[in-house]
Design a protein around this ligand. Sequence first.
Ligand code: SAH
Length: 221
Amino acid sequence: MAKRNYEDSYLHKGLRKQLVDYLRETRMIKDESVLRAINNVPRHFFLDSAFDRIAYEDRAFPIESGQTISQPYTVAYQTQLLQIKNTDSVLEIGTGSIYQASVLAEMGADVFTIERQKKLFDAQKEFPLKEKYPNIHFFYGDGYQGLPDYAPFDKILITAAAPYIPEKLMAQLKVGGKMVIPIQDFDDAQTMMRITKNDDGTWEEEVFDKFSFVPMLKGEQ
Ligand code: SAH
């Protein structure tokens, strides 16, 4: 198990405030409810203590099983596109470090998060914010299948590079609901897309900026 520092010092809080100011002023994140959540979630809790002092730089970092914790800008960007309400139920594909799920939970959403790497899934047993966020529900499995037993969802968030829009996940989205998904391009990058489901089963697609994610893979591990 990775070593962690679960103390939230004034230094951490100060660095977090600087990160939030940077996301607002330089990276143009406008949704104050997203910025407030980022200000309230101690990102260094989700990283090995070796990264303690750099946890609030706007960077992705390695976590276990060759995966990454998304860059704060990416987390802010995807969360802003989702237009989260505190009544939303959200399906997240790719629990990873649990950081993104915690930001959604901090905003009051009911979060259903799936991870295909057993080792990462098992780490939720020792998640220090479990009592603070009883609204995060953890599942081990293949995100391509979604969670039919808990569907339909108001929002669906994919935090890995998807080769296409998974049909099974579209079926688990409410009418009027939104899916935010980075779709693999021909080059190494992904294009962020937001899909809104119509009442006749068709959907609208909006195209946003390019990002870089680890791949969304099939099956469990
Ligand atoms: N949301 C995470 C980002 C983790 S990176 C965070 O805040 O830290 C993407 C994660 O997606 C990895 O942990 C990877 O194992 C997971 N993943 C990839 N394909 C998946 C799939 N089909 N189902 C579930 N999880 C998947």
